[in-house]
Design a protein around this ligand. Structure first.
Ligand SMILES: [Zn+2]
Length: 387
């Protein structure tokens, strides 16, 4: 098992190698992440690889599961926190000093019992800890905070997310924000969604952000104008998210409806990594694409080209992606087909609100009779492919 592989992780302050198994090292990184600081290791495990441990350590460090940590650079409160955190993560940890063990060089010593190859001394210390003692030869009472119940095994880490429930919805401009917000909230709840891709949302993202606070993140470009906040990637709080990206779909704009002056502003897409998948909220410029509206046709095609470049870039980076909701073009259209061919993506759903995805499996695409937008929302399940 790779978890048992012992590797050198660095050099301690005495110039000796710091050794630990992959298992213990990933445990240690979790503890440090929780602590928010990385204590200095003054003696690692597997000291046999350095020709044996410090005399004062009585061979405890010869095998797996034991580290010593520097304390002179920590406050008393920090020392207590390190001890507590190690204990909450299933290790026996003690501050050793003159008073406890007669150590002239104070340090925190801990034993992680679930590591492999513990020395007999380290095993004994663990059993002493379980029995409420201090792990010293004098066999005194434990002198630190003890978890109740005692933690004898590291708590399970966050499980990797395999399946996400995703929705997409063009919200339609010019509606009462209060209505839109309550519909979106209900839709998220009813469908228990992890991610919702929305468009035509610039009038609502502020209210949505407020209403969904603590439950969902509204990923958009808030302060960068209508176009930048027209789309948003809404994701459940608790899912790992990365930074947001703004994609200018095209730059010219297009003819408004007959009778309206000037051009419609050029649209943008917003994307964000959620649980390791790049979700893209896009809304391609609308038709009709006939000879009376040459700019509309151009804008939509340019937008598809922008998305093609993005898709290829993500493929190259090995990043799975999903896009939606509104492409203003059927998936059977040549422009759509060209996009799908060039990116290797698969299209799901029908009408102009279809999704494209690459590197993930999409299943159970459904259209819902819900809400008062002129578009009906869709949902689907995204499953990560195991590599
Ligand atoms: Zn030690």
């Amino acid at each position: 098992m790779a978890a048992n592989t012992v590797r050198r992780r660095g050099t301690d302050s005495s110039g000796r190698g710091i050794f630990a198994t992959d298992y213990m090292w990933s445990w240690w990184k979790r503890v440090c992440k929780d602590l928010g600081v990385t204590p200095v290791i003054t003696q690692g495990a597997w000291m046999v690889k350095n020709g044996g441990g410090a005399k004062a350590s009585a061979g405890y460090h010869d095998g797996g599961g034991t580290f010593d940590l520097r304390v002179w650079n920590l406050t008393d409160a920090q020392v207590a926190k390190v001890v507590r955190t190690c204990r909450r993560y299933g290790a026996a940890a003690w501050l050793r000093n003159l008073e406890h063990g007669g150590f002239t060089d104070p340090h925190i010593h801990f034993v992680l019992p679930t590591d492999t190859g513990l020395s007999p001394g380290a095993r004994w210390q663990w059993s002493e800890y379980l029995a409420g003692r201090d792990g010293l030869a004098s066999r005194g009472r434990d002198y630190h905070w003890r978890p109740d119940p005692l933690v004898a095994k590291p708590p399970p880490g966050r499980k990797p997310v395999r399946e996400l429930e995703v929705g997409m919805w063009n919200l339609r401009v010019g509606r009462d924000p209060a209505v839109v917000v309550s519909e979106v909230r209900q839709f998220l709840d009813d469908r228990d969604l992890d991610v919702l891709l929305v468009s035509e949302a610039y009038q609502y993202v502020g209210a949505l952000r407020k209403a969904l606070k603590g439950k969902y993140r509204v990923g958009t470009f808030w302060a960068r104008g209508k176009s930048a906040r027209d789309s948003a990637v809404i994701s459940r709080v608790g899912l790992r998210t990365g930074r947001r990206y703004l994609h200018r779909l095209e730059r010219k704009g297009w003819e408004r409806r007959p009778g309206r002056k000037g051009l419609h502003w050029a649209r943008s897409a917003v994307s964000r990594n959620v649980a390791g998948i790049r979700f893209i909220a896009r809304h391609d410029p609308p038709g009709p694409f006939g000879p009376r509206f040459p700019l509309r046709k151009l804008a939509n095609e340019t937008s598809f080209r922008t998305m093609t470049r993005l898709g290829r870039r993500l493929n190259k980076a090995g990043r799975p992606w999903v896009d939606g909701p509104d492409k203003n073009r059927l998936k059977s259209d040549p422009v759509s087909q060209e996009f799908l061919d060039a990116t290797g993506a698969t299209a799901y759903g029908s009408g102009i609100d279809w999704a494209a995805a690459s590197g993930v499996k999409v299943s159970d695409m459904r259209t819902h009779d819900f809400g008062t937008s002129d578009h009906r929302p869709k949902t689907f399940t995204v499953t990560k492919e195991t590599r």
